[in-house]
Design a protein around this ligand. Structure first.
Ligand SMILES: *Cc1c(COP(=O)(O)O)cnc(C)c1O
Length: 351
């Protein structure tokens, strides 16, 4: 603690991201990155843009990318907000739609950035326990005081909540914003985007970090009514007019345009996820039915923390959360088939 710190800094409890290891020998299955490269069109677009135009500020409204994303979802650009990664969109959303002193609700097992924002912005929280099977009961979210946020599919459980349940939550929070964090939705059944037509309290947040393999470019976006989008723009323009740089704008547009590459790599990840699930079940693991690019698993006879350590010693990095209710689970990002074969070799070796 420093006497020079503001009360916001003093109460903050910053997020600790998964390790970014530079060791090329390490198989990295710990932060849900895509194992495939971005679309080749992304590289072309960035190379073309890397010229003397970098002298000039980028577009503060990012209309080209907003239009591209709007077209993808049959919306207008007024329904789209772009951020520097969806973490930034989440931070702006907490500020724009949640009120200090009014408790928001999210699941007890969920994305660990939510409590960080809540603390920073002085928003009280009600962490609602998921049911014993880690599913979410919509009734627990009715009539929240300050709003609701949850990922769908949830992280780190990998479980998908169907749209009737989401609609139920929206209907019972008419005057509060319900944020659905769809970081992994491209690997799942369907997005809640169609519900935007019926519910002006819905904000959907997605990222280009996972399904579009652009974690390093930092692009996330929100979909919502023009009124909600304007709220986000007002917050952004109170911090920084230019959150998205020129290279990211053209790279993002190219990634959305290349639908064939997106579908191909997404389907490859899903196919790998399905065989890895079966293989882990054959080894006696319980695998939650994943609709994401990762698996959340436990084993009746194996200690999860030890498994994490032993895998790491053998150059396979996964994620372990030392947190009650999930202390005997590990989270495994889906890699390429080759990486997952190597993962199983190591798993068999360490027993
Ligand atoms: C990865 C992730 C994000 C953040 O992604 P960005 O890289 O900041 O776009 C947000 N929410 C959840 C649940 C995630 O897993």
């Amino acid at each position: 603690m420093s006497k020079f710190w503001s009360s916001a800094v003093k109460r903050s409890d910053p997020y600790v991201p998964g390790e970014q290891i530079t060791n090329a020998n390490m198989i990295k299955l710990n932060t849900n990155e895509n194992p495939y490269p971005p679309s080749p069109l992304v590289f072309d677009a960035i190379k073309n843009e890397a010229d003397q135009s970098l002298r000039l500020y980028p577009s503060p409204t990012v209309d080209t990318l907003r239009k591209e994303i709007a077209d993808l979802y049959e919306l207008e650009k007024e329904h789209v907000f772009i951020g520097n990664g969806s973490d930034e969109v989440l931070a702006f959303s907490f500020m724009a739609f949640f009120e200090p002193g009014q408790a928001i609700r999210y699941p007890d097992i969920s994305y660990s950035f939510y409590p960080v924002y809540a603390k920073l912005f002085d928003i009280p929280v009600e962490e609602i326990p998921l049911q014993d099977d880690f599913t979410l009961d919509p009734k627990d979210y009715y009539h929240s005081e300050g709003g609701v946020i949850f990922p769908n599919p949830n992280a780190p459980t990998s479980l998908y909540l169907d749209l009737t349940a989401i609609e139920d939550i929206l209907r019972n929070n008419k005057d509060k914003v319900v944020i659905v964090d769809e970081a992994y939705v491209d690997f799942a059944e369907e997005s809640a985007v169609d519900l935007l037509k019926k519910y002006d309290n819905l904000l959907i947040i997605q990222t280009m970090s996972k399904s579009r393999a652009l974690a390093g470019l930092r692009l996330g976006f929100a979909l919502g009514s023009p009124e909600l989008i304007e709220g986000l723009v007002r917050i952004k323009d109170s911090f920084n007019s230019y959150t998205i740089d020129r290279l990211a704008i053209v790279g993002g547009v190219a990634a959305i345009k290349d639908k064939a590459y997106f579908t191909e790599t997404k389907n490859k990840v899903i196919a790998t996820r399905n065989w890895v699930t079966k293989e882990l079940e054959n080894l006696g693991f319980t695998v939650l039915p994943s609709q994401t690019n990762f698996l959340f698993v436990t084993h009746p006879e194996k200690d999860a923390a030890l498994l994490y350590e032993r895998l790491k010693e053998n150059h396979v990095l996964i994620r372990y959360f030392d947190k009650s209710r999930i202390e005997n689970f590990i989270r495994i990002t889906i890699g390429t088939d080759e990486e997952m074969k190597r993962f199983f070799q190591v798993l068999n070796k360490i027993g």
